[in-house]
Design a protein around this ligand. Structure first.
Ligand SMILES: *Cc1c(COP(=O)(O)O)cnc(C)c1O
Length: 217
């Protein structure tokens, strides 16, 4: 499978105009595909699996900014600490505390997004509205110096009903605006990124449109 260069150029142009950041989601794709986009100027890549991120980060150019967008287990934080630019899917205070701890050990401040559950489906991870409020409150009152909550991340329902998808993004945008100090709103994937941008996304995570369909996941 080869990367879709013209799709990349079109999407990048559109997102630049809208001042939205593109994360190229390279999970399950080989390093050669990542290098193809790297050579076109792409620097932000997203991965879902800890071992895969570590393997790729050690093989690829050091100026790549790695985004961890998958579900992160507390006991695996340590492995990605040296490589990760932004952790998108933080869904508990416990996880945030562990990231803070590992950030401290590594002598760095790790940027994170809190994942909010906006889809009607049961399967998606994330905090609900109330849990988000509580978590942000606890972050404010805590002394975590090695982690920084920069914004929110969410995934809309996997649905053909684009009004439903739009309403879910709209809800996330509203939550984003309700809380001060947040600057990054990570929402939008291959199937719905334009709707996400229309609803105020600042960062989209796009995989299959750039790298082709994945066989798994
Ligand atoms: C896989 C994945 C994406 C990219 O999905 P595509 O539909 O291939 O664009 C975006 N965000 C998350 C959290 C993912 O797991």
């Amino acid at each position: 499978m080869e990367v879709n260069v013209s799709a990349y150029r079109d999407i990048k142009k559109y997102l630049d105009e809208q001042k939205v950041q593109l994360i190229a989601v390279s999970k399950t794709k080989p390093v050669s595909d990542i290098l193809d986009l790297y050579n076109l100027g792409q620097r932000d890549f997203g991965e879902n699996y800890v071992q895969e991120l570590v393997d790729k980060a050690t093989q690829l150019p050091k100026d790549i900014r790695w985004h961890f967008i998958g579900h992160l287990q507390t006991n695996k934080v340590k492995q990605i600490t040296p490589f990760v630019q932004l952790i998108h899917g933080v869904d508990s205070l416990k996880l945030l505390k562990e990231i803070n701890k590992q950030g401290g050990k590594a002598g760095r401040v790790i940027d994170c997004l809190l994942q909010v559950h906006i889809a009607q489906e049961e399967t998606k991870f994330g905090l609900d509205e109330e849990e988000l409020k509580l978590t942000l409150g606890e972050v404010k009152n805590s002394t975590m110096n090695n982690v920084r909550v920069c914004g929110l991340m969410g995934m809309a329902s996997f649905s053909d009903d684009m009004e439903k998808v739009r309403n879910e993004f709209r809800l996330l945008k509203k939550l984003f605006e309700n809380h001060t100090g947040l600057t990054i709103l990570s929402m939008g994937m291959s199937s719905d990124y334009k709707i996400a941008v229309e609803e105020g996304s600042t960062m989209v995570r796009i995989g299959s449109l750039l790298f082709g369909e994945r066989l798994i996941n």
